[in-house]
Design a binder for this molecule. Sequence first.
Ligand code: GUN
Length: 290
Amino acid sequence: MNAKIIDGKAFAATVRDRVAGTVERLKAEAGITPGLAVVLVGEDPASEVYVRNKGKATLEAGMNSYEHKLDADTPEPELLALIARLNADPAVHGILVQLPLPPHLDPDVVINAIDPAKDVDGFHISNVGLLGTGQKSMVPCTPLGCLLMLREHHGSLSGLNAVIVGRSNIVGKPMAQLLLGDSCTVTIAHSRTRNLAEICRNADILIAAVGRPEMIPGDWVKPGATVIDVGINRIPHPRDKGKTRLVGDVDFDSAAAVAGAVTPVPGGVGPMTIACLLANTVTACSRAHG
Ligand code: GUN
């Protein structure tokens, strides 16, 4: 293996320390404690784990955490009424509605009901538009975490050829906007892209965000490239029957033999996503009181 392993867990710890320092200052100098409200509808086990981890990290950073767990059959007006209360609550600086929502709830309606200034996910249509036009916005946590790791590794990203595999609203599209903002040449590839392997081989920065386990092999990676693996896929363990293991969208071993740097799964992008959520909450709080 030649690649440097980008330690997202260690980098996330430094971001979280910085957030905790800002929280201390806000408390000491302004008497304000930032607060994050997380709303979970239904009992999706993966979402329950994410929400628990977010709540724990929020408290560890010295902030207030408000968890709202609603039944899977909660009517949309009831969820919208909760969001309206959180929008009006001065103790709540950030609001996150965990996705996916049960099928009877329209995620666009729900997300766009959140006050854009409290939209720490950066999914509200106003924040999407602000990001797309290079204005001050709330930036989606996963792409922001990827950008911070890339800046840390490369310094300047200017002029680099970035290929993003995946066109989701949560990762692929905002990632493209952020990399454009840092003067990369950006390609978004997806399931219909022709010559995907060839396009990937041109990438100085290759970002995999497709949700397909180990889809990208090492021979799609340009020698020396930086590979950021956003995928978190649980697959059956190859030897241990009945057990599972977590893998990314990149075949780690073959990619690490070619790449200059690569993020592991777990321990890469995942911890940075939570750290950026905390950072966005403090940013929302500072702007609200600024
Ligand atoms: N579900 C998976 N990722 C995310 C995320 O970043 N934010 C929210 N709200 N839900 C998610």
